[in-house]
Design a protein around this ligand. Structure first.
Ligand SMILES: *Cc1c(COP(=O)(O)O)cnc(C)c1O
Length: 371
């Protein structure tokens, strides 16, 4: 029986050769390959904003939060349905992640609920491009302006997508991407912050290398910092040349990966949209590169269906358990839409190595079993 994976890295000889070249050069840490990857990302997105690569998407959010001076006593509004990383990256600064409900049809942050969670301690909002969609971001920026909040966009799902006719990364205050193994492109592990705020960019550049001032600039010109100063807490969050080499090879494939993901999603939608037991999320499918494809199973039989799929060799997922139900982040208030969605959401396999025939087989299986 062929096993169908929920998600996976899609690698070719290009990545292997690129890593071999770094190993051959015997400079594995952060050097000019990272600079090349940053420049290539900037060119791909078509932005003049600063791009700073780090070792995970979680580190990208953590450093972005530190760079805008979030810390103990501050509160940050976050949709409760997101990867644990969004919450952990904020609580790592000492600030409190405040769970917010999501919209029923898209699982994007619900600004009406966010309004209720505002206190005098609220400093920032962290909207998540859930399932790659950030088409409702204009409303977030209006909300942020009205309430004097900084915006950090969790763009971990949406690399390669477009919004308002431009690549994700062109618009917005501070965006954080992830290049972990299963994201739209990977650098093994990895992440990046994109911002036009020069102070934030410089703080992140330094903080990824233990806070050594201007160490990035030295390394990119082939030097090391022997005489240096540091004034802020830093971390070992930099990206390595090995990771950057994988990332550069993957970036060259993003158009192909993106087209493939769009084709597979179109196939799922055409197969499943007529089924009354299955709800497809209301997302901007024309413009996004879907990292995950999520449907709601409306018959209360999601878990039974998942079991049957697994017996058939089809993996599935639940993106995500609401964070306000976790011990560390438990809220005193219910978030009804998210809790209801949590019982219904099902992520079906999606990665560029799937075929339309795979998607048809998976869809037919669901159609035959959902009741
Ligand atoms: C993957 C992901 C992250 C974190 O990225 P890592 O690179 O895995 O640390 C953050 N937020 C969301 C929504 C993600 O899916």
């Amino acid at each position: 029986m062929k096993k169908v994976r929920l998600s996976k890295s899609c690698l070719g000889t290009e990545e292997k050769e690129a890593v071999a070249r770094v190993l051959e050069a015997e400079f594995l840490g952060m050097g000019t390959d990272v600079q090349k990857f940053e420049t290539a990302l900037q060119a791909y997105m078509g932005t003049k904003k600063d791009v700073i690569c780090v070792n995970t998407g979680t580190a990208a959010i953590h450093l972005a939060a530190l760079a805008i001076d979030l810390g103990p006593g501050d509160e940050v509004l976050i949709p409760t349905i997101t990867y644990l990383a969004s919450f952990q990256a904020i609580s790592a600064t000492g600030a409190k992640p405040v769970a917010v409900d999501v919209l029923q049809d898209s699982l994007f942050i619900d600004l009406a609920d966010a309004e209720k969670r505002i206190t005098k301690h609220t400093k920032a909002i962290l909207p998540v491009h859930y399932a790659s969609d950030s088409s409702r971001m204009n409303a977030v920026y209006s909300f942020a302006e009205k309430n004097n909040l900084r915006v950090i966009e969790d763009a971990a799902h949406s690399f390669g997508s477009t919004r308002n006719g431009q690549k994700i990364g062109c618009e917005g205050d501070i965006l954080c991407f992830s290049f972990d193994g299963i994201k739209n492109i990977t650098s093994g592990e990895g992440g990046a912050v994109v911002t036009s705020d020069k102070l934030v960019a410089q703080r992140i550049r330094d903080a990824r290398l233990l806070g050594v001032e201007n160490d990035t600039e030295k390394r990119f010109s082939g030097q090391r910092s022997w005489d240096f100063d540091t004034t802020r807490q830093g971390y070992r969050y930099h990206m390595s040349n090995i990771m950057a080499a994988i990332g550069i090879s993957q970036l060259a494939k993003i158009d192909r990966f993106g087209a493939k993901r769009q084709e597979l999603v179109a196939c799922y939608r055409s197969k499943l949209q007529a089924c009354p037991a299955v709800e497809i999320l209301n997302l901007d499918f024309e413009n996004i590169v879907s990292h995950i494809f999520v449907v709601k199973i409306l018959t209360g039989s999601r878990d039974r269906l998942r079991g049957e799929m697994l017996e058939k060799g089809i993996e599935s997922g639940i993106h995500y358990k609401p964070n306000h139900l976790l011990s560390l982040y438990r809220s005193e208030y219910p978030l009804k839409t998210a809790e209801k969605a949590y019982d219904q959401i099902l992520s079906v396999p999606l990665h560029p190595d799937l075929s339309n025939a795979d998607v048809e087989m998976i869809s037919d299986f669901i159609l035959g079993r959902v009741r």
